[in-house]
Design a protein around this ligand. Sequence first.
Ligand SMILES: *Cc1c(COP(=O)(O)O)cnc(C)c1O
Length: 409
Amino acid sequence: MKPHGPIPPGFAADAGGMLLIGGDRAEALADVAGDTPLFVYDSAMLAARVAEWRAAMPAEVQLHYAMKANPYAPLLAFMGRLVDGFDVASGGELRAALASGMAPEHISFAGPGKRDRELEAAIEAGATLNLESAGEAGRALSIAARLGVTPRLAVRVNPDFDLKGSGMKMGGGAKPFGVDADAVPALVRRLIDAGADWQGFHIFAGSQALDAGAIAETQARTVALAGRLANAIGAAPPLVNLGGGMGVPYFPGDVAVDVAAVGAALGDTLAKRDAALADSRFAMELGRWLVAEAGVYLTRVIDRKTSHGETFLVTDGGLHHQLAASGNFGTVIRRNYPIGVANRFGADPEETVSVVGCLCTPLDRLGDQVALPRAQVGDLIALFLAGAYGATASPAGFLGQGAAREMLV
Ligand SMILES: *Cc1c(COP(=O)(O)O)cnc(C)c1O
């Protein structure tokens, strides 16, 4: 038997043992959707998450949603009413953000390799471009001049440090992201001199960290760096986007981020900030932490078989929807995401089984030798933490399978 990650707090079963999501029975949700596999996102959990963040953070810090974690249109529209802005990372995401009703001045667009037509769409819409290089800055300025509009431009800074303990390092050393810190002052002066509406800095050092101390230390270094840059430029950044970094506990032994501790430390950091940042606004941009726990992936058992003593539950889902849960999206050692039998939720484990998907590859494993209550053909398996980097971060077209259904409840 191998352990699985902790099931997020807040999930329970009805008297018959059926998992409830947003108060609805998992089996009933699958009926309404018409088929499995199905992603269900719980809007009350999304709202609770935003409220938890706001209660913990200094009031002057804004919350942006990094929509690449989950761009499902109904979820985006729901989140848009709760957060202060969206961060997008492609022209497609920009279109989705605008279609959701988010005001363009609350949309920022980061990401390397923006094509001219993407820069143009953002400038035309009035969104902020987080510039990733001097070359991109030059292209943005000439497109704005051609259009005859004043572009809203921020500079993404590649900091000299990274976020310790983060699953994905986005700063420190040579990176395709952002402008090296020592080259930032000259670039910002160039933007200001060209008449652009300079929006400030975007400094993103890493993601999927659970240690509040490491996050707080990175935020302190980020604010200090923004202060040094502001002094070197001789102008105050209107906005300092501090990045994100808060992760969620996927695996056995992982412990949730102490959000209150992050918020308290950020309050101290901002209280002591450089005078050059006195009038600056601050923002954090979060994807995973806001949406991961609110999502459940439901997949049905199609076959039950044994091979060389190992029992397999073969489902209609798989890595084509849940690449990260299968261990094939940036993980070195495969470990089990939280998993359960939705129609026997909370029942004691009775057997050790491997839950696999329907793809013809040994990589397609959703649960490796996990202890579960006995499940039969037709039962529903629930994979938790499916709200972020699931549906759109997995190869849905592989083997002709197609996309999963999605639903916001
Ligand atoms: C991916 C990304 C995020 C979101 O990261 P999470 O780990 O989902 O919170 C935020 N900002 C930028 C620039 C990103 O590329």
